[in-house]
Design a protein around this ligand. Structure first.
Ligand code: SAM
Length: 230
């Protein structure tokens, strides 16, 4: 992917994989259980965000504030932090047990400047300090694109970016989200279909720039987001 991992990053990724597969025996964290698959389908997949060609080069997230919405076992956020240690990272998930485990992972890997928050994304975005506040928001495998826009774009500051990690079959879903992007103060940027090295799988980054602050009244409750996407 043309990325150069910083010193110590490969060791940290290996330890992260060990912790993930060990904990996965007692907690539902991932369906992927082969180390080689973890490397490709979790680590390299997450790393694609740094390699996004329209991002402006491998260092485009250097020194930036990033929120990972619905991070689960830490994807893509923890991988991005290991590969770009200057990030100020916020991990959010609605499942408390996963967030508690992530806190331990961040300690074990000596990752500083990381917050692990147990919260629902649509509620946290209404709190002071979170709205229109981050340089970038990322999310993988959390909700359909229109709903995801409402969960993620409110966090992004004007001129910041939201990146959704999707499958290459997401064309219709993305078109369905065009109105949500506009209503939430965004505009679409060039995305990227990327082959994950070492296999046949191609995934997609869907990219949005925030050009206006989040309008009052958004995001709505999860019930409303789900029932009537923007
Ligand atoms: N992003 C991770 C990945 O790609 O491996 C986890 C994906 S998992 C399928 C979806 C995660 O999103 C779950 O951990 C779930 O708890 C979280 N989630 C779903 N809706 C959420 C919400 N409204 N706010 C916060 N977390 C949410």
């Amino acid at each position: 992917m043309g990325l150069t991992p910083p010193d110590g990053a490969v060791g940290k990724l290996c330890r992260y994989a060990e912790l993930l597969l060990e904990q996965n025996k007692v907690m539902n964290l991932t369906a992927i259980t082969q180390p080689e698959q973890v490397a490709r389908l979790h680590f390299l997949d997450s790393a694609a965000i740094l390699a996004w060609p329209a991002g402006g080069g491998a260092g485009w997230l250097s020194g930036k504030s990033l929120i990972d919405v619905g991070t689960g076992a830490g994807f893509p956020g923890v991988v991005l932090k290991i590969l770009e240690p200057s990030l100020s990272l916020t991990l959010v998930d609605s499942i408390g047990k996963r967030v508690a485990w992530l806190e331990n992972v961040c300690k074990a890997l000596s990752l500083d400047n990381v917050r692990c928050l147990h919260a629902r994304a649509e509620e946290l975005a209404l709190e002071e300090g979170f709205r229109d506040a981050f340089d970038a928001a990322v999310s993988r495998a959390v909700a359909s694109f229109p709903a995801l826009c409402e969960l993620c774009l409110p966090y992004v500051k004007v001129r910041g970016r939201f990146i959704a990690m999707k499958s290459v079959e997401s064309g219709q879903e993305i078109r369905n989200g065009e109105n949500a992007v506009k209503q939430l103060g965004g505009r679409s940027l060039p995305g990227w279909d990327y082959p994950i090295p070492g296999g046949e799988v191609t995934h997609r980054l869907v990219c949005v720039e925030k050009i206006a602050p989040t309008p009052k009244g958004l995001p709505r409750s999860w019930g409303k987001i789900k029932k009537a996407p923007l």
